[in-house]
Write a protein that binds this ligand. Structure first.
Ligand SMILES: [Zn+2]
Length: 311
């Protein structure tokens, strides 16, 4: 006759075979920064986990490394590895807020102070990124993060730099990070400060023509002096910006047919879901009615893009 103890008996621990090695800690894919700047506190807030955009984001973006990788791309492109902390903006934290809203994304100072940044990124936009091309969703999410992260770390001539230059620097960094969307193309015409990829490609040409680090110098020159167009460009490149833009356009004439042909080919392949940038007035874009706007950082705000079906 057996007896049953009334005392609960804990389950024994599994016996590990002596030949088994202890588990190897998981390796991390976090990139090694090429600079020594302290990475700020990074936070993520997803306001609606049931939104399809939240599903796309968590499925196609590495949550643990996406923001750190964006910081690394920005600092490595805009600042020398030897730059001291006094040469970069004193951003102490960046919070990525994923929420349902119009437009794509914008960056602003937080309610604490301007050293704490918030990147607001539209879940509706993320949900509508085309999934036809491999890695398109991942690359578009990371590309927008890099663009917005630039606004957390770039100088703006005490708030006097043209909005188109601020946005062009952001897309230049995105371009250098290898995250340009398939619909981007080099285009002549328009103004040098049209912003976004048009100005971004112009800055890339400056970098190619005047040497690596030219855009670093340009950003540094926006640190603590007000922007005076006639002086700014001549001091850096020895020419007025209109002349530089004309030289850039001339350089495009030699290669544009190839660029346009390539862009048309990509548009055709993805004609069911091309992401089209829609330009609106920067001042209007800087007034989202549901966001706290930091008046010293309004040029970073944007709600300029819309998802449209290709005609
Ligand atoms: Zn921007």
């Amino acid at each position: 006759m057996s007896t049953v103890s009334s005392e609960p008996t804990p389950s024994p621990l599994p016996i590990r075979a002596s030949s088994l090695k202890p588990p190897t800690p998981p390796t991390t894919s976090r990139p090694h920064p090429r600079h020594s700047f302290p990475v700020p506190k990074l936070r993520l807030e997803i306001q609606d986990l049931n939104h399809n955009g939240a599903n796309v984001f968590t499925s196609h973006s590495n949550i643990s490394t996406a923001l750190a990788a964006a910081v690394d791309a920005v600092l490595s492109t805009l600042y020398k590895p030897t730059a001291t902390n006094s040469l970069i903006p004193p951003t102490r934290s960046v919070t990525l807020i994923l929420r349902s809203m119009d437009g794509v994304a914008y960056t602003t100072g937080s309610s604490l102070d301007d050293d704490h940044k918030e990147i607001h990124f539209s879940l509706d936009y993320i949900a509508n990124i085309s999934s036809k091309q491999p890695h398109r969703q991942r690359d578009e999410i990371q590309g927008v993060l890099v663009h917005e992260m630039v606004h957390c770390w770039q100088w703006n001539a005490l708030g006097t730099a043209p909005g188109g230059l601020i946005e062009g620097i952001a897309d230049f960094v995105r371009l250098k990070a290898g995250l340009s969307p398939p619909h981007w193309r080099k285009r002549s015409g328009g103004d040098w400060d049209s912003g976004y990829e048009r100005t971004g490609y112009f800055l890339e040409w400056l970098e190619d023509t005047w040497g690596q680090g030219s855009v670093m110098s340009l950003n540094s020159s926006l640190k603590d002096k007000k922007y005076v167009e006639g002086v700014f460009w001549e001091k850096l490149f020895g020419k007025r910006v209109e002349k530089l833009w004309n030289d850039y356009e001339s350089s495009l004439g030699k290669t544009e047919s190839g660029e346009e042909k390539s862009a048309r080919s990509i548009d055709h392949e993805d004609e069911e879901g091309v992401l089209v940038e829609k330009d609106v007035d920067l001042k209007e874009a800087c007034q989202p009615d549901d966001a706290k706007v930091d008046s010293t950082y309004t040029t970073s705000l944007e709600q300029l893009w819309r998802v449209q079906r290709a005609k």
